[in-house]
Unconditional design. Structure first.
Length: 420
């Protein structure tokens, strides 16, 4: 008789032991599938954390202008970037918010205009990124504005000048050249007007934001205050540093600051969970193989008479080992189905147990607004089932082939003699 058929008959004839094997395999497969699902969920949540948080790199240097900043921003290493050009233009007809104290005698008047910042995206600035500064009317400046003459005005300056979205203001260069800008947004900065005297350009209520490309002709120069780059992970920082040194000149002196605290605070707990899940998978695989191996060993000892008769009838020893392997592997199939059902029922609860920290513990220049990352989605995929099936098959082989070495040493005469 074919050893596969014998394995089927044996499973039916020994219902009690088959049920025990099935129960053990259900537990093993469920735990294995849980470990693989946990690994997949943490990997997806880590990828989401990388996408939403990333790592901030701030570049400053004497040779940092819009051209090199844009070239570095075009690198495939960079997700987004924001060059910042600051200056103090003249603003004819614009009433500025005054400090609480009068100008002291002898104070220089070189900063009597509004504070002006040319940017690529206001949402990438520290205040806007953390939600501390909010757009309350109109919209923010985005990369799509590029060279358009648009401006964002702070709420108090807008009220003082009765400005709303759609109005226009004029900015002028020191030599008298003027440009007209359309107000597209009004923002609110929580910083209060100081009681002590400060130049108007240093008062947050007088801050203006415009697209950096629209500053040409206002006499603010070309030198950027800084350029901030968002990269996916800290591992990319070294390559970006090399690219920055090549563009700006390593011997000319430039600062390259990496802020990956928010990234590490978010990703490290996820990596610990992933490492724990991997360790659990290995532990379950080894423990399952040992337990099933002991059961198979005891089964082989109880079935010595049956094995002796089969050997006396000319059955090959490897087929006897194969029969036991098929018996154990056949039990793994329904066990895998039960594990898949359990994963569908309890997968959501598993995802809720994963860390769901806030997107950033400390504001960073490119971090999103402080909000919790969503719980990881625990999703059962054919790949996960394939991993469990492969691992279960490996456990079945280890649990039967190793004890099956004893079958290869059996002799039918000695078995039948011992039986008598």
């Amino acid at each position: 008789m074919n050893f596969v058929k014998r394995a089927a008959y044996s499973l039916v004839a020994r219902k009690g032991k088959s049920a025990i094997l099935l129960g053990i395999f259900v537990v093993v497969c469920t735990l294995l599938l849980g470990g693989f699902l946990l690994q997949g969920a943490t990997a997806r949540q880590e990828a989401e954390a990388q996408r939403r948080i990333g790592v901030d790199v701030t570049v400053r240097g004497t040779r940092l202008t819009a051209g090199p900043a844009a070239k570095l921003g075009a690198s495939p290493l960079v997700e987004r970037y924001n060059p910042v050009l600051r200056g103090v233009p003249r603003a004819p007809g614009l009433k500025l918010v005054e400090p609480g104290a009068p100008r002291p005698p002898g104070a220089k008047d070189g900063a009597d205009g509004p504070g002006l910042a040319g940017v690529r995206e206001t949402e990438m600035l520290l205040g806007f990124a953390t939600g501390r500064t909010k757009v309350i009317a109109g919209r923010a400046i985005t990369a799509a504005d590029a060279d358009h003459e648009v401006v964002m005005v702070e709420e108090r300056a807008a009220e003082k000048n009765r400005l709303t979205a759609g109005d226009r203001i004029t900015l002028a260069s020191p030599d008298g050249r003027t440009k007209s800008f359309e107000v597209v947004g009004v923002f609110q900065d929580p910083a209060e007007v100081p009681d002590a005297w400060l130049p108007p350009a240093e008062i947050p209520a007088n801050q203006l934001y415009v697209p950096i490309g629209s500053l040409r002709g206002l006499g603010l120069g070309e030198h950027l205050a800084e350029a901030v780059y968002k990269i996916r992970s800290p591992e990319r920082a070294r390559a970006l540093h090399t690219a920055a040194a090549r563009l700006l000149g390593a011997d000319k002196g430039f600062r390259f600051d990496v802020n990956d605290k928010a990234y590490r605070d978010q990703v490290q707990p996820l990596r610990r969970v992933g490492a724990f899940a991997e360790a659990v998978v290995w532990l379950i695989a080894v423990a399952g193989a040992v337990i099933l191996g002991l059961i198979v060993t005891l089964t082989i000892r109880e079935r010595r008479d049956e094995l002796g008769m089969l050997l006396a009838l000319g059955e090959k020893k490897w087929k006897l080992v194969g029969q036991h392997t098929v018996e154990v592997a056949a039990v793994a199939v329904p066990a895998l189905a039960c594990a898949a059902v359990a994963a569908g029922l309890f997968g959501g609860q598993l995802g809720d147990r994963l860390p769901a920290q806030e997107a950033t513990d400390r504001p960073t220049a490119l971090a999103p607004r402080t909000e919790p990352l969503p719980h990881a989605e625990v999703r059962l995929t054919p790949g996960d089932l394939g991993k469990v099936a492969g691992t279960s098959l490996g456990i079945a082989l280890a649990a039967t082939v190793i004890p099956g070495i004893g079958i290869l040493r059996l002799h039918p005469r000695s078995i039948l003699t011992d039986s008598d």
